[in-house]
Ligand binder design. Structure first.
Ligand code: 4NP
Length: 157
């Protein structure tokens, strides 16, 4: 099983979107049996909440179902058991260090947009205050495509 963990701040906007998009892609490629896909937040404010309605709207428009998702906060165990820890922005990467007492992040933590072809930005912008969920979706989708290509090559699947 290849364990992929998407990480943002609140786990209600960006990382649940990435979770839904990546799972949908994996299913379309017939690879669902290879993957365990999850998302978490570094912060605790929204624990137990469903994804933001902006995220739900973008996903629903593309037929991606994430209805059962509830926000949760990252644990040290998540970091230890995941093979790929995919952060939405650089502050998430920084915050993750608090949950990595054994120094396991090096080598398995990445920024999602480092996999997005033709995208200069490194950080997925936080839509919680600014909205623009459609732009966030386009960035997340580009990152997820590149990420799946990368993992397929790494894992030879
Ligand atoms: P997310 O967005 O990290 O993409 O889920 C945010 C959600 C909530 C907050 C910040 C960002 N907040 O400050 O509560």
């Amino acid at each position: 099983m290849i364990r992929v963990l998407f990480v943002c701040l609140g786990n209600i906007c960006r990382s649940p979107m990435a979770e839904g998009v990546f799972r949908h892609l994996v299913e379309q490629e017939g690879l669902a049996g290879h993957f365990a896909i999850e998302s978490v937040g570094t912060g605790a404010w929204h624990i137990g909440e469903p994804p933001h309605r902006g995220t739900q709207r973008e996903l629903r428009a593309r037929g991606v179902d994430l209805s059962g998702k509830r926000s949760r906060q990252v644990t040290t165990g998540d970091v230890e058991t995941s093979d790929y820890v995919i952060a939405m922005d650089r502050s998430n990467l920084h915050n993750l260090q608090r949950h990595d007492p054994n120094g396991q992040l090096d080598g398995k933590a990445h920024l999602l947009l480092d996999f997005a072809d033709g995208v200069d930005a490194r950080d997925v912008p936080d839509p919680y205050y600014e909205g623009k969920f459609d732009r966030v979706y386009n960035l997340v989708e580009a990152g997820c495509h590149g990420l799946l290509d990368y993992i397929r090559e790494e894992e030879e699947i």
